[in-house]
Design a protein around this ligand. Structure first.
Ligand code: VG1
Ligand code: CO
Length: 540
């Protein structure tokens, strides 16, 4: 029943920040999924007799890809395969299931916040037995394998019925279609105080959770409305759709405009939140106040001890390099270490496994803790609710009180999307070549203090990752970071991250406060001339 078939070698199967992401038509080329998945399986150690987890965010092509992966897994030595009902598993739930069920790893199908549909994006990534994104050593080995592959193995059997839970068989191999929510909800209950949050809702607390027609809908509905007693309708856009209803499932003020309008309108509920395509990102909105992801990370870290899962405090904190330094201030106040890692969740894995950090996050709306090895959107929302319940404060007051204690890190990210790749690379090269000459340069009211190309040495395994973005620190307690996206699927995306710290003044307008930093960065990067763009595609 096992077929060994000739594999096609595709030259473009190099994983980026978070797995392999391409347009759907690329993934639909004959043999494309098969080659990449065989390369993954050839790289996984200890797969004989092991359990594998498979699931995705429900986007277009999810079901087809899952059938191929199940049949290939059954032909590659795994003995048990767990797959989410309907082919669904949010990214954090997949991480949870891998850990809870002792799996050797999992194949997660998602292009996260990128749009879906026949012309949209798709993605495949592999998470290891700790539940986290495979480290670079693994993804590089997978890429190398794609260039030398001759054959792939697959069972020639009918499709698995993904819609009915329970065990079936593919050849000798057990396929267990599991409730995608159960393990995850049970884990959440050990971390946050469900009773306190339920009491909050009983007292008339109002919230809106926008699942953006993506995978978090079933999770948020089951937990917020089902277990915590939030009124029906609290979760909107709760049904996962293959094309996300035509929307961009990216939880930021631009793409979650309805939520922003509600939260800044006359009848704003007490709390607003949204999540992305695969459920690992979160957006937090207080009444009349958007909470930047960098601030949210810092606030969660400062208040985590209010939740049962973190009662003993946190061991340490990590943030990705472009994330604002607000988290560092909390770490300093708590007397715990703070780590600065390259962009991408895979760099937090070793720190979490070694117990050096408890909470970590990224400016791109990702926050998480050592409960799984992925960022976790709904977890962040639940921890926020726990903090609101425990303090009795309004969400906006929590933010303002945080600023009063720690000062405010004004923050924005400017994305220049679909740039000419050569132009974007030229811009980065130009900056890199001039790094040594930049300190002392005066730009408007700012002076460059230091400039470098961020390199990271993992303190646990000593691995070095270089060229992770240009950091420009200004003497006036401001910072600009330049890097190119590793998740895009067409052209290049330049990300410019700008921030400025103010110890005492907290009511400034972000755009106005950051304007001199933006101007300085545009001048340093020669952005307008080199990209031909007067303004970024999107500011978040
Ligand atoms: C982006 C974000 C990064 C995040 C990554 C995956 O990467 O900047 O912080 O870890 O997406 O998140 P890049 O290389 O495009 O900047 V997700 O929710 O898209 O899996
Ligand atoms: Co995501």
């Amino acid at each position: 029943m096992t077929d060994t078939r000739p594999a096609t070698r595709f030259p473009d199967q190099k994983p980026g920040t978070s797995g392999l992401r391409k347009k759907v038509p690329v993934f639909r080329q004959p043999g494309y999924v098969e080659s990449f998945v065989q390369a993954i399986f050839d790289t996984v150690e200890g797969r004989d007799g092991a359990t594998l987890v498979v699931g995705g965010d429900g986007r277009f092509f999810n079901r087809e890809a899952i059938q191929v992966i199940l049949k290939m897994a059954a032909a590659n030595g795994f003995s048990r395969i767990l797959v989410g009902q309907g082919g669904l598993l949010s990214t954090p739930a997949a991480s949870c299931v891998i850990r809870a069920r002792g799996a050797v790893g999992g194949v997660i199908l998602s292009a996260s916040h990128n749009p879906g549909g026949p012309e949209g994006d798709f993605g495949i990534k592999f998470n290891g037995r700790n539940g986290g994104p495979a480290p670079e050593s693994f993804t590089e080995a997978v890429f190398a394998r794609t260039t030398s592959l001759d054959t792939y193995r697959i069972l020639d059997v009918p499709d698995v019925d993904l819609d009915r839970t329970g065990e079936t068989r593919l050849g000798e191999v057990v396929v267990d279609v599991i409730d995608p929510v159960a393990d995850y909800a049970a884990l959440m209950e050990t971390l946050v105080d469900f009773e306190a949050i339920a009491a909050l809702f009983r007292g008339g607390f109002r919230m809106r959770f926008d699942a953006m027609s993506a995978v978090t809908g079933p999770y948020a509905t089951a937990i917020l409305e089902g277990r915590l007693g939030a009124p029906a309708g609290t979760v909107v856009n709760a049904v996962p759709l293959p094309d996300f209803g035509g929307h961009h499932p990216d939880p930021n003020p631009i793409h979650a405009a309805d939520l922003m309008a509600l939260m800044t309108g006359p009848d704003a509920p007490d709390f607003g939140a949204a999540s992305d395509g695969d459920g690992d990102r979160n957006m937090i909105v207080a009444p009349h106040l958007f909470v930047t992801p960098s601030d949210s990370l810092a606030i969660l870290a400062a208040n985590a001890h209010l939740a049962p899962g973190y009662r003993d405090g946190i061991a340490g904190l990590a943030r990705s390099m472009p994330t604002s330094r607000a988290a560092d201030r909390v770490a300093a106040a708590l007397g715990v270490p703070a780590y600065e890692t390259p962009t991408g969740w895979k760099f937090f894995g070793n720190l979490l496994d070694a117990g050096r950090i408890t909470i970590c996050g990224e400016e791109s709306a990702g926050t998480g803790s050592d409960h799984v090895r992925e960022k976790d959107g709904l977890w962040a929302v639940l921890l926020w609710l726990n903090i609101l319940a425990a303090t009795g404060k309004r969400a906006d007051a929590v933010v303002r009180d945080h600023w009063a204690t720690f000062g405010r890190d004004y923050y924005a990210r400017h994305d220049y999307e679909e740039l000419d790749t050569a132009a974007a690379e030229g811009l980065m090269r130009h900056l890199r070549d001039r790094l040594a000459t930049l300190p002392g340069t005066r730009l408007g009211s700012l002076t460059v203090a230091t400039a470098d190309d961020f390199a990271y040495t993992d303190p646990v395994d000593g691995s070095v990752t270089a060229r992770q973005g240009i950091r420009i620190a200004f003497a006036e307690d401001a910072r600009a970071v330049f890097r190119l996206s590793g998740t895009g699927t067409s052209g290049a995306t330049l990300r410019l991250y700008v921030e400025r710290f103010d110890r005492t003044r907290h009511d400034g307008d972000t755009k106005a406060v950051l304007a001199p930093v933006v101007e300085a960065a545009r001048a340093l990067g020669e952005i307008v001339a080199r990209t031909g763009r007067a303004e970024p595609s999107i500011v978040t």
